[in-house]
Write a protein that binds this ligand. Sequence first.
Ligand SMILES: Nc1ncnc2c1ncn2[C@@H]1O[C@H](COP(=O)(O)OP(=O)(O)O)[C@@H](O)[C@H]1O
Ligand SMILES: [Mg+2]
Length: 388
Amino acid sequence: MDSISPGNWLGLLGGGQLGRMFCMAAQSLGYKVAVLDPGLASPAGTVADRHIAADYLDPTALAQLASLVAAATTEFENVPAAALEFLSRTARVTPAAASVAIAQDRISEKMFLSGHGFPVAPYVILRTDADARDARLDFFPGVVKTARFGYDGKGQIACEQPADALAALSALSAPCVLEQWVPLAYEISVIVARNERDETASWPVAENRHRGGILDVSIAPAQLPPRLSAQACDLATRVAKALDYRGVLCVEMFVGKDLSLLVNEIAPRPHNSGHYTIDACVTSQFEQQVRVLADLPLGDTRQHTPAVMVNLLGDVWFTNAEESKTREPPWRDVLCQPQTKLHLYGKAEPRRKRKMGHITCLGASIDDALATAREVKRALRIAGADNL
Ligand SMILES: Nc1ncnc2c1ncn2[C@@H]1O[C@H](COP(=O)(O)OP(=O)(O)O)[C@@H](O)[C@H]1O
Ligand SMILES: [Mg+2]
């Protein structure tokens, strides 16, 4: 298979921040990018060389995109598989619709993972009331998660007993998965790239800390025993191979109190916990996404600088919890720390809990990067500075 050289058009389904950073990486390598996204002023649409503002299944828009691009990818897992299949008739498409379809649905994701012998939290599929009523007691305390369209902790309900699971299934009114609540030592993620030639490259493990179900901070490299980090990278690589995956894949994992690894979920795209790779690694997850898509050789995933990424949610734009007015945050107070790298996604309207940007804090050591991250959190009044 020939590489697609710079100068060609690449297509992207989805207009969010992951797409924006893909566009920027592709443009930096000399490609032109066409984005298909229904929004009029989306983060990716506004930086793309062309923005086709239409539904993902709009036949005219898809035909227009197909006539323009040599290859196409996606930046979110809920892209309709039919759109990827349509584009794959005339363009190279990574990841394949089949891989995306597995990650789109928690039921197929769990069945795929457990079917291939990857460790996951004990779970049972809930399709009917009887499934919930008859759930074994060792799944409790547990959490019921909707099979589709859940993100950032949305579509999840904690359960103490079968009656709660029944109520959760009825509240979510869709097929669900009931998962045992696992006592965690850490949450980590590994991002891995795999290309058409079956070559793989993973980045160092990130430790992820959440607040209110949303990623708050990623610490990279995770401060884990080296053997555990190596196991996590190996696990992620095996998942990518089992999926016959092409592109950039994120494997979120739980680390139990006994330091055992469980796969939590997979994302068929670059991931929020991999944003540190932009500033701290030789090759970012977005550049790698371009490289795999264009069938260029994989870039070096080595991390050259310890990093702590702090997410910027819309809350930072509000002066306090009661306030409804927003203002531009005091960026000077952040950027006076010379090792901070500010990334804003160009979203027109800040909303609470909405991902607006992130700041990567670099340092000579993780402690150094953590100290900067604490200062950043204090300057922007983001909770949890003292727990970092
Ligand atoms: N079975 C579980 N045991 C312990 N913690 C869990 C479990 N499932 C989810 N969580 C917590 O909730 C967060 C969000 O759940 P996740 O399944 O990753 O959904 P999403 O990221 O799509 O919202 C996880 O990162 C973790 O902190
Ligand atoms: Mg998750």
